[in-house]
Design a protein around this ligand. Sequence first.
Ligand SMILES: [Cu+2]
Length: 110
Amino acid sequence: MKVQTLVLAVTMGLATSLAAFADDAHYKGTDAKAAAGATLTDGEIRKIDKEAGKLTIKHGPIKNLDMPAMTMVFKVKDAAMLDQVAAGDKIRFGVEKVNGALTVQQIEKQ
Ligand SMILES: [Cu+2]
């Protein structure tokens, strides 16, 4: 009887933890979306592709996307942003997932 009670308590505890985790994850997602414009990541421009409207950026960890540091290609929100930067520029940038594509929303030169 005691063992059964313990198992029940552990099971309920686990369920509670999972529920709390799910709530937290959901909250983080919502929060990240709301704050994405203000969340800037350090990066360095590697390549500019004006025809495709894309930038290759060596970036630090992107908190709002839960992404580690790497070099990768991003779309940009506005093609005019490509004229504001040159390969080798150190930047801070904001990126968001728009229709499944990681899209740079803003760029600040450092
Ligand atoms: Cu990346």
